[in-house]
Write a protein that binds this ligand. Structure first.
Ligand SMILES: Nc1ncnc2c1ncn2[C@@H]1O[C@H](COP(=O)(O)OP(=O)(O)O)[C@@H](O)[C@H]1O
Ligand SMILES: [Mg+2]
Length: 453
């Protein structure tokens, strides 16, 4: 349906005054969450026909879907006032009431809508429809064509140049290389590792393996590390995708790269598909006026939903320092619906990290507890910097003396003075989002961490 939107867009460009066409196009934009484009198209209809009720309802829908509930209510009520028989408007009012938490009113409006138009009763819940870019899921038992004509196109082109195609990794690090993070390791075991290892059991209970887990938190606290270590823990395929492998200056190429990555995972299932710095790819579409980036995000959503190819046996792991840039559509069920906060290491975790960093280094009288005690607010990466600075100093001493000089706790404490803890700045931003934009309790863990709740 991406191509359907594209062809509608072209058709509208050719005949910009064709109202039925504009309406079709605007609805398609809405289906693919291209809100601004939808809004523009509905507005254009109203310029030619100011009384066009469907276009007015369309604008109210845009407002509802982009979170502007109060304006949506005002506009929709105006429609039911003007025409009390407007079933779809009552249905939207029902959803708006539900969005505002008024279940009684929502039920009342819903029944009104159904009385006026019984066909509306089998309408899908609005949320499950959002982001369904392509055809609905195939019925069970029908494997369906794994690749559609668009895919063949992608594959054909991928043969011409495979640069940037991600590799299937078998990382050699495991959880033992990650200090602390015990509860996160356990969560990853429960949500990723055991399901992968017990796929048959899952299937016996009629459960499908799939979905996404998002790790977020301040930089340098081990999100990338634990993701790679997850791959090392299991013997499944791990495909790591860097932004540079996806984003491409040429319009359309980013979608192809994204699609190839998903196809690679599908061909190698069971697999973990890891998107590091995922906010860059899954950025809030509101932040982008360029439709090229929005198109890519919609493609990402459609790939995640398994609308383009089956995602059975694929777990998607994402990591981000900037969860507030992530489009909310990515948090819907079946996408990144499991969200894990990766906090800065506590004292015990810092001690464990120091021990890991100390491996394979010439050390004397190392006291990990002493270092852990003094490094509150330091990330794992900050601790690593302390080791790097101290090592450099020891090395220059060693070169002067012409022999190996071991690192001491004093060296580390000396280096510690030069390194500032880096996680505080992150919490400054995160706190604002947690206090003022905590939709669905997304940032509850941050609030708990800060002791605000
Ligand atoms: N829990 C940890 N255990 C061991 N090393 C860590 C840990 N957290 C961070 N580090 C060190 O800091 C580096 C940066 O961590 P990284 O995983 O890239 O952070 P993030 O992805 O959260 O920004 C790692 O390569 C590792 O050397
Ligand atoms: Mg990282």
């Amino acid at each position: 349906m991406i191509s359907r939107l594209e062809s509608l867009r072209e058709a509208v460009a050719v005949s910009p005054q064709n109202i039925p066409l504009l309406l079709l196009f605007a609805q398609a934009c809405l289906d693919e969450l291209c809100f601004e484009e939808a809004r523009t198209a509905f507005d254009r209809i109203l310029q030619s026909d100011p009384a066009h009720a469907k276009a007015k309802l369309g604008i109210a829908r845009v407002l509802y879907l982009s979170g502007n509930t109060s304006e949506a209510v005002v506009r929709t009520e105006a429609l039911t006032d003007a025409d009390p028989g407007f079933a779809e408007a009552w249905m939207l009012l029902s959803r708006l009431a539900a969005a505002e938490g008024d279940r009684n009113l929502a039920t009342q409006y819903y029944q009104k809508a159904i009385r006026l138009n019984p066909h509306l009763s089998d309408a899908i819940e609005p949320d499950s429809r959002i982001g369904q870019v392509t055809s609905p899921a195939l019925p069970p038992g029908n494997p369906g064509p794994d690749v559609d004509s668009e895919t063949w196109e992608f594959l054909g082109e991928s043969e011409q140049g495979n640069e940037g195609l991600p590799d299937i990794l078998k990382p050699d690090i495991s959880f033992a290389s990650v200090g602390g993070m015990e509860s996160i390791k356990e969560e990853i075991r429960m949500k990723i590792i055991y399901p992968l290892q017990n796929r048959a059991l899952f299937q016996a209970y009629g459960k499908k393996l799939g979905g996404g887990v998002l790790l977020y938190g301040p930089p340098g606290c081990g999100k990338t590390l634990i993701s790679k270590a997850t791959a090392g823990e299991i013997k499944a395929n791990f495909i790591s995708i860097g932004i540079h492998q996806i984003l491409d200056l040429y319009v359309g190429n980013s979608e192809k790269n994204l699609h190839r990555s998903f196809q690679l995972a599908r061909e190698n299932a069971p697999a973990i598909l890891f998107f590091d710095e995922v906010d860059a790819l899954a950025a809030d579409r509101k932040d982008f006026r360029e439709s090229a980036i929005r198109t890519m995000i919609n493609q990402f959503l459609a790939e995640m939903d398994g609308n383009i190819g089956s995602n059975e046996g694929i777990l998607i792991l994402g990591a981000t320092n900037a969860p507030w840039h992530l489009d909310a559509a990515f948090r819907r069920p079946g996408r990144f619906d499991r969200i894990i906060f990766v906090p800065p290491p506590d004292e015990a975790a810092r001690e464990a990290i120091v021990e890991i960093l100390a491996r394979d280094k010439p050390l004397k009288r190392l006291d990990p507890k002493a270092l852990a005690k003094r490094t509150r607010g330091f990330s794992g990466a900050d601790l690593k910097s302390i080791f790097d600075v101290a090592t450099e100093r020891a090395l220059s001493r060693a070169m002067k003396e012409g022999r190996v000089v071991p690192l001491t706790t004093e060296d580390l404490l000396q280096a510690f003075k030069d390194i500032k803890p880096s996680t505080r700045a992150w919490f400054e931003s995160a706190k604002n989002y947690a206090l003022y934009a905590n939709q669905g309790g997304f940032y509850d863990d941050v609030l708990n961490f800060l002791g605000i709740r």
